[in-house]
Design a protein around this ligand. Sequence first.
Ligand code: SAM
Ligand code: SF4
Length: 361
Amino acid sequence: MRNESLIPESLPTGMENFRPTTTAESSRHADGTLVDKYGRHVTYIRLSITDRCDFRCTYCMAEEMEFLPRDRVLSLEECLRVVRTFVGLGVTKVRITGGEPLVRRNVMWLLERIAALDGLKELVLTTNGSQLDRYATDLINAGVKRINVSLDTLKPDRFKAITRIGDLDKVLRGIDAAQKAGFKRTKLNTVMMRGTNDDEFADLVAYAVANDLNISFIEEMPLGDVGHGRGNTYFSTQEALTLLANRFELVSTLETTGGPARYWRIPGTDTRVGFISPHSHNFCDTCNRVRITAQGELYPCLGQNDAMSLMPLLRANQDDGTDAALRAAIVDSMGIKPKGHDFTSQLDAPKVVRFMSMTGG
Ligand code: SAM
Ligand code: SF4
């Protein structure tokens, strides 16, 4: 039976492919956890708390961005209701992202409350590091367990060119502040771009080793039209591994964090080198996550356009502590989680019109 109350009245632009499912099509496991129709358990959510950012990275955003008006962004209270409902459905890991999450006002209010939710094992955050020197200690105190910091280059001019705005020194000071505040095994995220930073992969690994950090290299994904053909900048994991092997002994491991990355170790160091390879190693079979945008759209897959808007449900129903309609919609969303993405055929003609900053990386 179709549950009409779960179908949002109007769909935001870009959600034309939304097809409401029936509760019969989707599934909730007998133990009350979320399982999609391919049998994958969803235990991890990524919540973007703002589409705004103090950088304009060339692979993530267009130079001129229009950001959402405030009333179309989830309030911090609404963010908390969404996370609380997912945790009630067995989600144990939450990543807060954006845009740049640390530019959202009163972000610590939200983080403290999420960290205190019963059943949550890990609250983690992805940041560009620009505000870390100010907030590292507050993040630890709020209950954030680990952080990822984006770092694509160690050259100040190049950093400015890639981010269009950013100051490398401030980010490096932020990473230092995070170490001093007590964050362990902070992970750098490096997007690999041919002709832009491919001469620095080994230096970035050396920086990670010297500072007791982990590092993951990411193949650029065709999300949104950023004005350059991604086919020209695409750099494969295999090629990067060959490059790194000239300088480091890399030992492949079977370690997994339940996500898409595959890991290598450098003997004699604690540094783990990861690769996220959506093109050369499709990871969809084991996908355990969904994403929620700053405007409350639930995207079961980063690389597809299907989504469900949670905002109308949040705004139509007062917070009664149970959020039954929201809970039912989330259960239903398992029915639209697709088998996988198709990034490789879209390198120069993205089908996904959203920028990464909108969905949350
Ligand atoms: N502003 C924060 C930051 O930069 O870490 C969090 C949001 S950002 C969208 C999350 C991650 O997505 C970053 O590590 C960024 O490098 C990555 N990213 C953005 N656009 C990407 C793309 N087109 N392909 C691959 N990774 C991308
Ligand atoms: Fe901002 Fe992060 Fe996107 Fe760079 S990657 S523009 S820091 S959201």
